[in-house]
Design a protein around this ligand. Structure first.
Ligand code: PDD
Length: 287
C-alpha cells in the first residue's frame, strides 16, 4: 500500500507531498508537532496528545487550523488511508507560509501536515538486555515544555549518543541534574525502590507516556517522587529507564559505560512496561 500524506486539506501520495519553501516551519522552525501511537488500530492517549498540542500552539500564539473534532477525523482518515494498525501518526503545524520576515505574519493560515507509518519493530534485545545512555550538557532553549519542531540540540545529542554506541543521550543542566533524553523522558528507581522522574517545568517536555507511567505507578502502589536527579544518583540507582511514545518504557542498563544496578533490565521497568502494554491495548491510560 503506498503511503498517503495529508497536506493543508489534501490527501497526496507521500512521495509527491510538498510544502512551500516560504513555510515558516522550514524557514524558522516556527511550528510544533505531536507523535501519537496507534495500537490495534486505536490512537493511544489521543486526548492527552491533543491537549499538549493545544498548549504548544497557544504558548506560541499559533491558531488551530481546524476544530479539534475535525482534526480527529483527519487523523483517522490518514491512519485508514495508510493501513496503519500498529504504528504512529505524526502531526506538524506551523505558523504558515509568508515572505521571510521575523515578526508573525498577519492574516496567514497555519499549515498542517500529517503522516502515518507502521511501527518499526523494537529489537528484542532492547528488553532482554537493555540499552545504554550517555550524558552531556543540555544545550537547548529555555522552553523545552513546548513541543517545537526546533530540535537541533536534540538531533545533535542523539547522533552523539549513537556514535558512542548508546541508545539515548541524557541531557544535564548547569547544576548537574538530568533534564531528559533527546527524545524521551528519564527515570530512575532508587535503592529504596522509589520511582524518580524530573518534575514538570520549562526544562522538560511533559511526556504523555511520562504521565501514563505516573498513573500506572500509582495504580501499582509504587512510590513516585517528581524531582531532579543527578548523573551520580542515576549511576548509583537500582534501575533506570526512558519513556516515550515510540518505545514506551525502555530499560537502561548502563550510563556513560557504568552499569546500573546489576546491569540487567530492572524489574519495575519491565512491570511498568507490561502494565503499559495492557492499558494501551484499550486505547491508553490518559484517554
Ligand atoms: N519525542 N522528551 C522529548 C525531548 C521528546 O522529544 C519526547 C517525545 C519525549 C517523550 O514524550 P511522549 O511520551 O509524549 O512521546 C520527551 C517524540 C516521540 C519524537 O520526537 O519523535
Amino acid at each position: 500500500m503506498s503511503r498517503i500524506a495529508y497536506v493543508n486539506g489534501r490527501y497526496v501520495p507521500h512521495r509527491e507531498a510538498t510544502v512551500s519553501i516560504d513555510d515558516r516551519g522550514y524557514q524558522f522552525a516556527d511550528g510544533v508537532y505531536e507523535v501519537i501511537a496507534v495500537t490495534n488500530g486505536r490512537l493511544v492517549d489521543e486526548g492527552g496528545h491533543l491537549d499538549r498540542l493545544d498548549r504548544s500552539l497557544s504558548e506560541l500564539s499559533i491558531a488551530w487550523p481546524m476544530s479539534r473534532r475535525a482534526m480527529q477525523l483527519v487523523m483517522r482518515e490518514v491512519i485508514r488511508r495508510n493501513g496503519v494498525t500498529n504504528g504512529i501518526i505524526y502531526l506538524q503545524l506551523t505558523r504558515g507560509v509568508a515572505r521571510r520576515d521575523h515578526p508573525f505574519p498577519v492574516g496567514v493560515a497555519p499549515s498542517l501536515v500529517m503522516t502515518a507509518r507502521r511501527a518499526k519493530p523494537i529489537p528484542a534485545s532492547n528488553l532482554t538486555k537493555g540499552v545504554g545512555v550517555v550524558t552531556f550538557a543540555d544545550q537547548r532553549w529555555a522552553r523545552c515544555d513546548i513541543k517545537s519542531t526546533s530540535l537541533l540540540p536534540n538531533i545533535l545529542g542523539k547522533q552523539a549518543a549513537r556514535q558512542a554506541g548508546a541508545y539515548e543521550g541524557w541531557m544535564v543542566d548547569n547544576n548537574g541534574f538530568v533534564t531528559e533524553g533527546t527524545s524521551t523522558n528519564a527515570w530512575i528507581v532508587t535503592d529504596k525502590g522509589e520511582l524518580i522522574t524530573r518534575n514538570v517545568s520549562h526544562a522538560i517536555l511533559n511526556g504523555i507516556t511520562r504521565l501514563a507511567v505516573i498513573q500506572l505507578a500509582g495504580d501499582n502502589g509504587l512510590k513516585l517522587v517528581e524531582r531532579p536527579f543527578t548523573v551520580a544518583e542515576a549511576k548509583a540507582a537500582r534501575e533506570a529507564f526512558t519513556s516515550s511514545t515510540t518505545n514506551p518504557i525502555q530499560p537502561v542498563v548502563a550510563i556513560d559505560g557504568a552499569p546500573v544496578g546489576d546491569g540487567k533490565p530492572g524489574r519495575i521497568a519491565l512491570e511498568l512496561r507490561r502494565a503499559y502494554e495492557a492499558a494501551t491495548a484499550q486505547g491508553g491510560v490518559n484517554g
